[in-house]
Design a protein around this ligand. Structure first.
Ligand code: S3P
Length: 430
């Protein structure tokens, strides 16, 4: 499917972004192994989170959806999962596959996890190697470094593991395994990654301590309590509108109920460093996560250096940020972001090559990019490479570019933001 986006004359309006993808996955998985029923509101209905629900159902979990975005998860307790009779299909979702691999490594049955062509090409050694060190028996393509993964679940022992790169998926997979292991599991990260798993597990009664020595996960001694919650709006979805508003000459957008967990809010800091006019209003707690309304207005943007500990706090937002950087004055450099090459597409290569079609001047670095100011983008045909975030990045570029932009593979947005194109139509005043 292709979508044509025309230059927006004005951008105005209010958007409630879809539920946070990371938190939605965790709300389903963690409540599945709790004892009792939990209602999750504002659950994200993108394909990734639905893949998690499908896998959990195959593992014997009853999950009802009485209304769109509402999930009633009937937790079966820590020992209640059952062997699935089918291959667990994580589709495009790294979070589904990696978190479930950690959980299933500790269950007394056999599981096979796979996904689409993109997911089957993504690295799994980062979870398989430490899980094997915990005693897990896992086979997979390329010595267990690529899906499908076949897991002969069983008893595990806690380990101390230093993650070579910050990754919440790896940290969460090993945390889930650690809940079932004998002895403590200690996880150290070079730079902190998103902490949703820790926040939720603590609220459910698990013992976990985070300090400079790392994250210490103790084995469960009792059952986890179910955690009813309203999932905050996804800052990674809001980011597209933040960039669009900041870089457009006549814009004011209000984004309501957005999750502003400090481990996720790097996009606000990066855009502000570039001179963006962003107000964070009505900050409040929604369960264990902070949320706020974010108002973004037309801004004069300058280039910035985006690197170091900021990177894990905005890793999924770098493609969108690149659009703002094209229209900023001066040069923007993104470094320390080699992980982008291992996402749903190689996002350094695909962001650079597709934005170049619209007139961007971007040089690839092994771990980032140098984005030169071009003053203006011009509409062109471009493609998503099947990557949801690239499809939305190109749509935002299209709103800011002169003339008409055609985004091929536009359906990819359904992975994390099924209502994206409708929201775009509502915000644009012509
Ligand atoms: C996620 C963690 C990040 C992020 C992904 C979602 C999560 O990946 O890019 O979109 O839900 O834990 P890594 O753990 O690979 O950094």
């Amino acid at each position: 499917m292709k979508r044509t986006v025309r230059a927006a004359r004005r951008l105005r309006g209010t958007i409630e972004p879809p539920g946070d993808k990371s938190i939605s996955h965790r709300a389903a998985i963690l409540n599945a192994i709790a004892q009792g029923e939990a209602v999750v509101e504002n659950f994200q209905t993108g394909a990734d989170c639905l893949a998690t629900v499908r896998c959990l159902r195959a593992l014997g979990i009853q999950i009802e959806s009485p209304a769109p975005g509402i999930l009633r998860v009937h937790g079966v307790g820590r020992s209640g999962l059952r062997e699935a009779a089918v291959v667990l299909n994580a589709a495009n979702s790294g979070t589904t596959l990696r978190l479930l691999a950690g959980l299933l490594a500790a269950q007394p049955f056999f599981s096979v996890l796979s996904g689409d062509a993109s997911l089957r090409s993504r690295p799994m050694g980062r979870i398989v190697e430490p899980l094997r060190a915990m005693g897990a028996r896992i086979q997979g393509r390329a010595d267990g470094t690529r899906p499908p993964l076949a897991i002969e679940g069983g008893r595990l022992r806690g380990i101390r593991h230093r993650l070579p790169v910050a990754s919440a998926q790896v940290k969460s997979a090993l945390t889930l395994a650690g809940l079932y292991a004998e002895g403590e599991t200690v996880l150290e990260e070079p730079v902190p990654s998103r902490d949703h798993t820790e926040r939720m597990l603590r609220a459910m009664g698990a013992a976990m301590v985070a300090n400079e020595g790392g994250l210490r996960v103790s084995p469960l001694t009792g059952e986890l309590a179910p955690l009813g919650l309203r999932v905050p709006g996804d800052i990674s979805a809001a980011a597209f509108w933040m960039v669009a508003a900041a870089a457009h000459p006549d814009a004011e957008l209000r984004l309501t109920g957005v999750g502003v967990n400090p481990s996720r809010s790097g996009i606000i800091d990066a855009l502000r460093a570039m001179g963006a006019n962003i107000a964070v209003e009505e900050e409040r707690m929604s369960g264990c996560e902070p949320v706020a309304d974010i108002v973004v207005r037309s801004s004069r943007l300058q280039g910035a250096v985006i690197e170091g500990p900021l990177i894990p706090r905005l890793i999924d937002e770098v493609p969108a940020l690149a659009v703002a950087a094209c229209l900023a004055e001066g040069e923007t450099v993104v470094r320390d972001a080699g992980e982008l090459r291992l996402k749903e597409s190689d996002r350094i290569r695909t962001t650079a090559s597709e934005l170049r079609r619209l007139g961007a001047r971007i040089e690839e670095l092994p771990d980032g990019m140098v984005i030169h100011s071009v003053g203006a983008l011009r509409g062109a045909a471009c493609g998503s490479h099947g990557d949801h975030r690239l499809a939305m990045t190109l749509a935002v570029a299209g709103l800011l570019a002169a003339g008409e932009t055609t985004v091929h593979g536009a359906q990819a947005v359904a992975v994390s933001y099924p209502g994206f194109w409708d929201d775009l139509d509502r915000l644009v005043l012509r």
